[in-house]
Design a binder for this molecule. Sequence first.
Ligand code: ASP
Length: 323
Amino acid sequence: MLKRMTLAALGIAMSMGGALAQDYPTQPITMIVPFSAGGPTDTVARLVAQVMSKDLGQQVLVQNVGGAGGTLGAGQVAQANPDGYTLLLHHIGMSTAPTLYRNLAFDPLKAFSPIGLITAVPMTIVARKDFEPTDAKSLVEYLKTKGSEVTYANAGIGSASHLCGMLLQEAVGVQMITVPYQGAAPAMTDVVGGQVDLLCDQTTNTTNQIKAGEVKAYAVTTPERVAALPDLPTTKEVGLEKLDIGVWHGLYGPAGMDAAVVSKLEGALQKALADETVKARFAELGTTPVAADQVTPAALTSELTSQIELWRPIIQAAGTYAD
Ligand code: ASP
């Protein structure tokens, strides 16, 4: 009897699952961004979410859950119901967290259903506009002598701004004073306001301020210059070859999502990244969507796996950890 009831219940659950996948989505979807509103990850998420909403016929609502370098928001999604109504748009921090955090509550490769890669965003080293060094070379000299007095803003351990700062400190051989924020948007506000000296963050958070002269810009962290900021030298050009970082982003749901739901989201993400308005806005902010064949669960899994391996020895060499 018990066995029969269990099988019957299973049958209902399976048919509900089928109906769910077919009709999905029937209600608004929450896209969690694990950093503050108005920052670079949030900017990418809102652009993408707008077009995905149109395609899916339901609102994709961005919710900001900042803190602990993105691990709080990611942890929340890892625990969520895998029904396709809670998603995570996260960046490179997904691959550095397993090495940086001694007690990380989730395994990035097991706790999520990957949906697709989105974009890789260059970073820029910027400072309050009255910061003394006038160019990247004088910045390096300045940091070598006075670096321990320089305040460096970041979005918490494991954030891209933290990683960039870590690489800069390694390159120069100095330890700056770190000032953590819940995201790069409040960090940038304080750089513009002159409360903190330095920030290295994605072009999606710095291009407008650089162009408006609200901050001083030193270099872009990718091997190639960025079309939106053509006058800015690369870190390689100024002798900081090891400071090479592009911030890749991916879309995930919790582990255990129905394959048909993942596929619907993958298609909606692909459409969003092919959208001319999204592409134009990305270009203005110094980035481009990844190639269409990268907007897949397989490409995201492969990137995540290789990036975890890439960052592990770098983080171990720097010896920076969090609990
Ligand atoms: N870009 C930031 C960082 O990782 C986070 C954010 O989007 O606010 O440093």
